[in-house]
Ligand binder design. Structure first.
Ligand SMILES: C[S@@+](CC[C@H](N)C(=O)[O-])C[C@H]1O[C@@H](n2cnc3c(N)ncnc32)[C@H](O)[C@@H]1O
Length: 161
């Protein structure tokens, strides 16, 4: 059984061993990383100098596309699979900046992301954000109506992305 954000995290936080999510966080300028992650980041960047720039471009694309879908296309429900560590602005902050009633379901299968997921649950009172600890390869758990149904409207009139 998968853990929920309210469960005590079972992941062993080995801060002395580099972790991909924390490396990503560091390269994006985040603060959820440790010396081992920073050392690994420096090594990666030495052989792939454009990586930090392409990662920032990826984040920037997420912000632009969310803004466009919410503002221009009227999308009010978002499913974000492969959420990663919270990085401001997170998807729900962008979508709810357009409409505070927007609903967002975050999905990731990394225990490290689960540990930090509480930071994603800062929804506006009118909207909703939910975090599901699940694998993309198991859509029955990660995006099925039973999992998202209480958070989403599945009617054809509501618009989702
Ligand atoms: C590079 S991060 C992307 C973070 C964020 N979406 C962004 O664009 O900045 C990729 C994330 O996908 C997650 N991921 C990888 N495979 C997955 C799977 N099979 N199911 C769910 N999440 C997965 C990883 O745990 C990681 O947090």
């Amino acid at each position: 059984m998968k853990a929920g954000v309210n469960d005590k995290p079972s992941v062993e936080l080995r801060t002395d061993v580099p972790h991909s999510a924390r490396i990503y966080d560091y390269l994006l300028g985040g603060k959820d990383n440790f010396p081992a992650d920073r050392e690994a980041s420096a090594e990666i960047a030495s052989v792939w100098p454009n990586l930090p720039r392409s990662m920032r471009a990826n984040r920037s694309f997420m912000r632009r596309v969310t803004q466009y879908l919410a503002e221009k296309q009227g999308i009010r429900q978002f499913l974000d699979i492969g959420t990663g560590l919270p990085t401001s602005p997170n998807l729900h902050e962008v979508a709810q900046g357009v409409d505070p009633a927007a609903r967002i379901v975050y999905v990731d299968n990394d225990p490290m992301v689960l540990v930090h997921a509480r930071a994603l649950l800062t929804s506006t009172p009118q909207g909703r954000t939910t975090y599901i600890d699940a694998d993309l390869h198991d859509p029955r758990r990660s995006s099925s109506p039973p999992r998202c149904g209480r958070r989403w409207t599945w009617s054809s009139r509501s618009r989702s992305a």
